[in-house]
Design a binder for this molecule. Structure first.
Ligand code: NDP
Length: 309
């Protein structure tokens, strides 16, 4: 049975078989793309093709794969896509000059500099050099301030935005719900907390991190647990109360000799152990990951349609 991108999944490998909703990020992402196609066609009829520039410095394989996926999605949607691949020894001033060119390029509405850059690059300074109106990653201080202020004209970071959309599409009531976010990074945890506590979303938010005392006691009090700590299988049965909703942001490589790559990707949640006691849960892969790219596309389309353009 399929409901809003959620499939009911009996977990047969465990002795206690319970049903939970598997929140399918790929299905929800497709729904986002269907909506975006309409808006892209409208903008094109007005003479604007949304354009995204992704800048990659160096040759980190994971970053390369992310950049490829973003470029592919842009093309599938008919967006103008620029992939700028710069050598590993690119200097800060070279990169700033490229960002400046893209800031001034009228065909480019969104700019993303793939993280992490090589060590000679001051990532914060690069983010501050972006035109905030093209900062589709939502990391510029102005966009973070707009998120804190509840000003919808800014850009919200893609992964938090994707988590919220997954909850909404799964019919999870956020108003008054206690959401515990694990992790306080500027990419996920902190902006996610700001987003969830906004008026209209109205969650009661607790953020836990590596210095939190009684972490399991806090997460057990949550209606919704969102894990974004980068620790494979950290969230166990004892962290989640029966019937809670679990969103797993984590993407971690663990050794797997049975895989041709020698590793497989797992989340921050011990899925097999936790899933049967949840009411709904995202898988890894196929949960939050596809939504991050979908929200990047959505932010780019939003940038192209913003009044200044
Ligand atoms: P960071 O390393 O920047 O932040 C990790 C956060 O988790 C920190 O706040 C840290 O606490 C906290 N933390 C780490 N270990 C523990 C622990 N044992 N107990 C409690 N808190 C802990 O990671 P990111 O936010 O960038 O990413 C988190 C995960 O999400 C990663 O697996 C990453 O790959 C994934 N990710 C997935 C995306 C997607 O599209 N699905 C997008 C972005 C990230 P402290 O601050 O105290 O050090």
């Amino acid at each position: 049975m399929k409901i809003c991108g959620c499939a009911r999944a009996p977990l047969k490998t465990l002795s206690v078989v319970k049903e939970f909703k598997l929140i399918d990020g790929r299905v929800v992402a497709e729904k986002v793309y269907a909506e975006l196609r309409g808006e892209i066609a409208r903008l094109q009829s007005l003479g604007t093709t949304p354009g995204l520039a992704v800048v990659l410095v160096g040759d980190d394989p994971a970053s390369r794969a992310y950049v490829r996926a973003k470029d592919k999605m842009c093309r599938e949607l008919g967006l103008h896509s620029v992939k700028l691949e710069l050598p590993n020894d690119t200097t800060q001033s070279d990169l700033l000059a490229r960002v400046d060119e893209l800031n001034r390029d009228p065909a480019i509405h969104g700019i993303l500099v793939q993280s992490p850059p090589p060590p000679q690059i001051d990532e914060g300074a690069i983010v501050r050099a972006l035109d905030p109106a093209k900062d589709v990653d939502g990391f510029h201080p102005l966009n973070i301030a707009k998120l804190a202020l509840g000003d919808a004209s800014g850009f919200v970071p893609c992964t938090p935005l994707g988590c919220l959309r997954l909850l909404q599409e799964s019919g999870v009531t956020t108003s008054g719900a206690h959401v515990v976010v694990l992790g306080r990074s500027m990419i996920v945890g902190k902006p996610l907390a700001l987003l969830l506590m906004q008026k209209g979303v109205d969650a009661t938010v607790t953020v836990v991190h590596s210095r939190t005392r009684n972490l399991a006691e806090i997460t057990r009090s949550a209606d919704v647990v969102i894990a974004a700590i980068g620790q494979a299988g950290f969230v166990r049965r004892e962290h989640v109360r029966d019937g809670a909703v679990v969103i797993d942001v984590g993407i971690n490589r663990v050794d797997d000799t049975t895989s041709p790559r020698g590793y497989r990707l797992v989340g921050d949640v011990a899925f097999e152990e936790v899933a049967p006691n949840t009411s709904a849960i995202t898988p890894v892969p196929g949960g939050v990951g596809p939504m991050t790219i979908a929200m990047l596309m959505a932010n780019t389309v939003k940038a192209a349609g913003a009044p200044a353009n």
